[in-house]
Write a protein that binds this ligand. Structure first.
Ligand SMILES: Cc1cc2nc3c(=O)[nH]c(=O)nc-3n(C[C@H](O)[C@H](O)[C@H](O)COP(=O)(O)OP(=O)(O)OC[C@H]3O[C@@H](n4cnc5c(N)ncnc54)[C@H](O)[C@@H]3O)c2cc1C
Ligand SMILES: NC(=O)c1ccc[n+]([C@@H]2O[C@H](COP(=O)([O-])OP(=O)(O)OC[C@H]3O[C@@H](n4cnc5c(N)ncnc54)[C@H](OP(=O)(O)O)[C@@H]3O)[C@@H](O)[C@H]2O)c1
Length: 358
C-alpha cells in the first residue's frame, strides 16, 4: 500500500468543505459561466491531431486491471456484514434543489479494503413487508482508497434520497436511500463488499481519462479525482488528462462543485471540467443541456482521443445516458468509415469503455 497523504485539503472533510450543508454559494463562485450556458472551466492543450486512417484503430493488448491481485471483493457478505458507524452525514444539495443528495462517511477501521471505482452494499435497518431483513442495495464509493480522512479507515458515499408518487397517488420513500440520508453520526450501518471491478482506474498514470457522470453517478469520479489531485502516492502520480463531464438538473445540485474547482487550480492542464445543467442551460439550438449535449461541443476532439490506445472512458449514473452518448459517436465514427458499435466492443474489451449505469 502506497504511503499517501491528503496534501492539498485539510484532513477533515468538513473543513475541506465541498460539503457545505446545502449552501448555494458554490454556484455564486462562477455565475457567469453557468448563466451564459458554458460550463467549461479549463482548456487543455492535449494533442488532438486528426488521423486520416479510415479503419478502426487496432487495440494493443494490455494487462487487465481486473487481474490485479490486490483488489478485494466480497470480504463481507449479507449474512455477516461489517458493522461500521456513521461519522458524518451532510446534505450536498441546496434548499431549493429538486431532491436531496447527501455525502456520508462511515468508519471501517481498515476492514473494508476497497479501491477507487468499487462499490459497497448497505443493508438498511428494519424488515421488509414479509418480515425479512431488507436486501442490500449497492452504492458506488465516493472516497479514494485512503478515505476522506486519509487514514484508510473510512468509506464515503454520495446518496440521492429516493421519494416518488406511485400510481395510487401515495408518496413512497425508497428504503435504503432514506435510511442512509437520515443516518445520524454515531449510528451503526451494515456494510457488505467491497464489490465491482468494472470501474477500477487504469494503471497508466499518463492516460486520458474521460469521466461521464449524471447525478450521484459522480461518486466513483470523486474517488478517482481525489487520488489524482488531492493526494500524494509513492507509486502513482497522475500526469495524463482527466476530463470530467457532470450532468445535473440545477445549479443547486452541482455535487462537490468546490472540490472540482479546486482541482482545476491544482491540476492545471491535467484536468478539464464541464458541467451540463439540464434545467438551466440550453445549447445553441435551444435544446436541454444534457451531458451528451455538452460533450457534442467537443465531439471531434473527443473522437480523436477515443482513437488513442491510452484513452479510457468511464460512465456512471442514469441508465438512459449511454444512448445519447452513442448517438454522438455513431456519426463521428461513420465519418472515418468506422462502425461505432463494433468499435465500442473493441474499446470495452480493451477496458477503455467502462459503464456502470442503473
Ligand atoms: C452498482 C450500483 C451503484 C449505485 N450507486 C449509487 C450511488 O452511488 N448513489 C445512489 O444514490 N444510488 C446508487 N445506486 C442505486 C441504489 O442501489 C438504490 O437502488 C437506490 O438508492 C434506491 O434504493 P432504495 O432502497 O432507496 O429504494 P427502493 O426501496 O429499493 O425502491 C426502489 C424501487 O422503487 C421503484 N421506483 C423508483 N422510482 C420510481 C418512480 N419514479 N415511480 C415508480 N416507482 C419507482 C422501483 O421499483 C425501484 O426499483 C447504485 C446502484 C447500483 C446497481
Ligand atoms: N453505479 C451506478 O450504477 C450508479 C451510481 C450512482 C447512481 N446511480 C443511479 O443514477 C441515477 C442518478 O440519479 P440522480 O437522481 O442522482 O440524478 P439527478 O440529480 O436527477 O441528475 C440526473 C441528470 O441527468 C439528466 N438526464 C435525464 N435523462 C437523461 C438522459 N437520457 N441522458 C443524459 N442525461 C439525462 C437529468 O436531467 P432532467 O432531470 O432535467 O431531465 C439530470 O440533469 C439514480 O438512479 C441512481 O440510483 C447509479
Amino acid at each position: 500500500m502506497a504511503a499517501a497523504l491528503t496534501a492539498t485539503l485539510p484532513s477533515s472533510p468538513a473543513a475541506a468543505s465541498p460539503i457545505n450543508g446545502g449552501s448555494t454559494s458554490h454556484f455564486l463562485a462562477c455565475p457567469s459561466r453557468l448563466r451564459n450556458g458554458g460550463g467549461r472551466l479549463r482548456v487543455s492543450t492535449t494533442d488532438t491531431a486528426v488521423s486520416a486512417e479510415p479503419a478502426a484503430p487496432v487495440k494493443a493488448a494490455k494487462v487487465s486491471k481486473k487481474q490485479d491481485e490486490g483488489v478485494v471483493t466480497n470480504k463481507y457478505r449479507p449474512k455477516e456484514p461489517y458493522v461500521g458507524r456513521c461519522l458524518l452525514n451532510t446534505r450536498l444539495t441546496g434548499d431549493n434543489a429538486p431532491g436531496e443528495t447527501w455525502h456520508m462517511v462511515f468508519s471501517t477501521e481498515g476492514e473494508i479494503p476497497y479501491r477507487e471505482g468499487q462499490s459497497i452494499g448497505v443493508i438498511a435497518d428494519g424488515e421488509d413487508k414479509n418480515g425479512k431483513p431488507h436486501k442490500l442495495r449497492l452504492y458506488s464509493i465516493a472516497s479514494s482508497a485512503i478515505g476522506d480522512f486519509g487514514d484508510s479507515k473510512t468509506v464515503s458515499l454520495c446518496v440521492k434520497r429516493l421519494v416518488y408518487t406511485n400510481d395510487q397517488g401515495e408518496i413512497v420513500k425508497g428504503v435504503c436511500s432514506n435510511f442512509l440520508c437520515d443516518l445520524k453520526p454515531g449510528s451503526e450501518v451494515k456494510i457488505t463488499g467491497p464489490v465491482g471491478k468494472e470501474m477500477l482506474m487504469p494503471k497508466d498514470p499518463n492516460a486520458t481519462i474521460i469521466m461521464l457522470a449524471t447525478g450521484t453517478g459522480i461518486a466513483p469520479f470523486r474517488s478517482f479525482l481525489w487520488k489524482m489531485f488531492f493526494e500524494e502516492h509513492e507509486d502513482y502520480k497522475f500526469n495524463g488528462l482527466a476530463w470530467l463531464f457532470l450532468g445535473v438538473p440545477t445549479s443547486d445540485t452541482l455535487l462537490y462543485k468546490e472540490e472540482f474547482e479546486k482541482m482545476t487550480e491544482i491540476g492545471g492542464d491535467n484536468f478539464r471540467l464541464d458541467f451540463a445543467v439540464s434545467r438551466e442551460q440550453t445549447n445553441a439550438a435551444g435544446e436541454k443541456m444534457y451531458i451528451q449535449t455538452r460533450m457534442a461541443e467537443y465531439k471531434e476532439e473527443l473522437w480523436e482521443m477515443l482513437k488513442k490506445d491510452n484513452t479510457y472512458v468511464y460512465m456512471c449514473g442514469l441508465r438512459g445516458m449511454e444512448k445519447g452518448i452513442d448517438d454522438i459517436m455513431i456519426d463521428l465514427a461513420a465519418k472515418d468509415g468506422i462502425d461505432w458499435i463494433d468499435y465500442k466492443k473493441q474499446l470495452k474489451k480493451a477496458e477503455q469503455w467502462n459503464v456502470e449505469v442503473y
